[in-house]
Design a protein. Structure first.
Length: 204
């Protein structure tokens, strides 16, 4: 994990063998199927107050209770964002072929419809020789994040991404038999353009 921090936030680059971009695209609409596996020591079961829709998960909200290395339990509500509604300085980070931007809304269900997120996470990835490569970024907005906050987040997120390599190919393969898209949705998170010009290819 190659960690950097700047005035925008905390960023790290990563790579995984044996994982494809399509598997990661699939995971974001099916997080409840593997959320405990994603970080067994720190995650609790995930729920969808607003579930993703097959073909377009934008606007979906998940509740993701978890406890990080600093001992703080966070019962946080997180929304998948439309790229055109994300601040420009965050969209400037987009450089790869697939991306999801999520907004941390708050610690209770009343925060679901807020227009002032606590902060954002940008995950992006693309095909590499033996699997995928990616960049993940944490940006505090309403809730400012120190460099130490960023390092705690990076340790947690790095553990999540590393665990993809252990379970995601098998989970994706097992659920390939479920053809009912209400139970096994999929959304193509590939984009055209980069930075502020980025647009999803198939999500309108």
């Amino acid at each position: 994990m190659n960690l950097t921090q700047n005035e925008v936030g905390t960023h790290f680059r990563w790579a995984l063998d044996g994982v494809t971009p399509r598997m990661i695209d699939w995971f974001w609409s099916n997080m409840e199927k593997g959320f405990i596996l994603w970080h067994p020591e720190q995650h609790e079961p995930l729920t969808w107050p607003i579930p993703p829709v097959h073909g377009n998960p934008l606007g979906a909200v998940h509740n993701a209770p978890q406890t990080w290395d600093d001992g703080r339990r966070q019962d946080i509500y997180i929304r998948f964002e439309k790229l055109e509604e994300v601040p420009d300085f965050i969209r400037d980070l987009i450089e790869m072929e697939h991306v999801i931007v999520v907004a941390g809304l708050g610690m209770d269900e009343a925060s679901i419809h807020t227009n002032e997120p606590l902060g954002y996470r940008v995950h992006q990835w693309q095909k590499a020789d033996n699997g995928v490569e990616g960049v993940s970024s944490a940006i505090g907005t309403k809730k400012k994040e120190t460099h130490q906050d960023g390092r705690v987040w990076a340790a947690h997120a790095g553990g999540e991404i590393g665990n993809w390599g252990h379970f995601l190919p098998d989970l994706y393969r097992l659920y390939s038999v479920v053809t009912d898209t209400r139970r096994n949705p999929f959304a193509d998170l590939s984009i055209e353009g980069r930075g502020r010009a980025a647009r999803y290819r198939t999500i309108g």
